[in-house]
Each structure stands twice: as C-alpha cells, then as structure tokens.
Design a protein around this ligand. Structure first.
Ligand code: FES
Length: 105
C-alpha cells in the first residue's frame, strides 16, 4: 500500500464526484462537506461508471438503477429495486497533505 496524489484540495465542490486512475485501479473520489472519500469506480450491480452518479443526503447514488452506497466505507445502503444483494464497493483511505488529496492504494 502507498499514498498517491490525485488532485489539489479545493478543486472539488461539496457533492462533486471525480474519476481517477492509480496504476490499474480506477477510483472514485467523493467530496462530502469538507471530507474526501475514495471507492472503486464501478457500480457492483452492472458496472456503471459512478462518476456519472450523484450525492444525496451524504449517500452515493448510481444513476443507472439507483443503488445507494455509503461513500465512507463503500457499503451498500440499498440495492436496486428487486435486484437482490449486491457487493459493497472497495473503499480506500484518503488524506490531505500540503494542499493535495492523497489516496492509499
Ligand atoms: S448499474 Fe448501478 S444500480 Fe444498476
């Protein structure tokens, strides 16, 4: 595991979603208030790109069939209607250092 710079602090606004690649991993950065969270990029239902999604009440929504995830730990809050269980997203630690947002991968 190592820390990687992904963007400058202050570039994203509250509720913004940002797509990043670190090596072979595609990562979603979520800004929620003053916090940054990082998860895997693709919805675990049908692999939809979650950077096309949106935040609602601190939750990450996939716009394809409205699966809802907790961006803090990647857990599933609710799967798409009638889809049954889906897997959580991978979750990565974040920190801010010298004005940069870093993700541990
Ligand atoms: S692909 Fe995300 S809810 Fe179906």
């Amino acid at each position: 595991m190592a820390w990687y710079k992904v963007l400058k602090d202050g570039v994203m606004k509250d509720g913004d979603l940002f797509k990043s690649r670190i090596g072979d991993k595609e990562i979603l950065i979520v800004k929620d208030g003053s916090n940054y969270f990082a998860t895997s990029l693709y919805c675990t239902h049908e692999e939809y790109d979650l950077s096309e999604g949106f935040m609602d009440e601190h939750n990450l929504i996939c716009p394809n069939h409205f699966a809802t995830f907790n961006p803090r730990d990647g857990s599933v809050i609710s799967p798409p209607e009638s889809a049954g269980d889906i897997s959580p997203l991978n979750s990565y630690r974040t920190k801010i250092e010298n004005g940069e947002v870093l993700v541990e991968v």
